[in-house]
Ligand binder design. Structure first.
Ligand SMILES: [Fe+2]
Length: 348
């Protein structure tokens, strides 16, 4: 199970590539568009990402999730579908996907999952608030846990960096498709982007093969994360081949969400994935427990999302008659609400 995902450097585009005619940047743009089309995923290196920031962010979230549920409970906002603050274990449930699974060869089927996800999550809202919106509940003020004085600095630096990466990746992808640079980013200006780290307690859920997040795709535009502190992300290509995604240190994995599929009329498909506890993590889990620490798997996820009041529809070369029929216009806020209900974060 291996898929060749070369690391694509954003440096040439950032340095010179905004002027047309830079060959290295043009090659990188084509590579990003190509791998998003083929795999739904790209791995990139962004020279703007400070070297120690991923570790600081993961460290902060390890300490956050290691608190008792009683301490985290005040940070939960079930009344708005947990769209800011803490989501406890066994709340979010991946949608059943019998059709998608039936199309996969036996060795590429996802791990059966019959419960909601054991993972916990924290949503920190970021980005510019829209001047007016029909979707106030999707654009709520952030929760800032009082016990972490460095919270604002670390999460702020993290979100600024990863949002910049997402914008650059999307500009490069647009150029790689031969479109104007802002074809995709124009959807994101007032997007309710979320820092969305997950925490999975591997002392409880670390047995090899345990599903931490069931087979799903992401409802947003583009997801970004750096290397997790434990492996476990299994992703599927467009052709239905599954593989364990390896993110080299200092690199960023981006994965297409439903909204990017929508605006490309399916030219890019949102990437299916699941997260598992793995055999290779057992030694580290045992070592942590032996040192009296709880092993938490932390993902450093950021969800970049289209502005809630923006109409999602195929655009540019992707607006073919067939695509427009298959992906009829829908407000991003309505699409997000529909999906939140499907994964049981919101109850109608
Ligand atoms: Fe996901």
């Amino acid at each position: 199970m291996s898929v060749d995902l070369p690391v694509i450097d954003l440096g040439d585009f950032l340095k010179r590539g905004r002027h047309n005619g830079d060959n290295d940047a043009a090659e990188a743009c084509s590579a990003i568009a190509g791998t998003l089309q083929k795999n739904g995923i790209a791995i990139v290196r962004d020279p703007r990402l400070p070297e120690n920031l991923p570790r600081r962010f993961v460290g902060l979230m390890e300490r956050y999730f290691a608190q008792t549920d009683a301490l985290k409970q005040p940070d939960a906002r079930p009344e708005i579908g947990y769209q800011v603050g803490w989501t406890p274990s066994f709340i979010e449930r991946a949608k059943a996907r019998p059709d998608a699974i039936a199309r996969l060869a036996a060795e590429h089927r996802p791990t059966p999952m019959h419960t909601a996800d054991p993972k916990e999550r924290f949503f920190a809202s970021i980005g510019k608030k829209p001047p007016t919106t029909r979707f106030g509940w999707l654009n709520a003020a952030p929760v800032v846990p009082a016990a972490f004085p460095e919270w604002y600095d670390v999460t702020g630096a993290w979100s600024t960096n990863l949002v910049s990466t997402v914008y650059t990746v999307l500009e490069m992808a647009a150029r790689g498709f031969g479109e104007r640079d802002d074809l995709f980013t124009s959807f994101l200006e007032y997007g309710p982007h979320l820092l969305a780290p997950t925490g999975s307690n591997l002392a409880k859920y670390g047995t090899p093969g345990t599903v931490l997040a069931g087979f799903h795709d992401d409802l947003n535009f583009l997801t970004a994360h750096t290397q997790s502190n434990y492996p476990g992300l299994r992703a599927w290509t467009r052709k239905g081949e599954s593989f364990f995604a390896k993110v080299p240190e200092g690199c960023i994995l981006v994965q297409a969400g439903q909204q990017l599929e929508y605006v490309t009329g399916g030219s890019v498909l949102c990437g299916l994935h699941e997260v598992l506890a793995l055999d290779v993590a057992q030694e580290k889990i045992r070592a942590e427990i032996a040192h009296g620490r709880v092993p938490w798997r932390i993902s450093s996820t950021l969800f970049a999302t289209a502005s809630s009041d923006e109409l999602l529809r195929p655009v540019g070369q992707f607006a073919t008659d067939e695509a427009l029929e298959h992906y009829p216009g829908i407000l991003a806020g309505d699409q997000v609400a529909r999906e939140l209900e499907a994964i049981e974060l919101v109850h109608a």
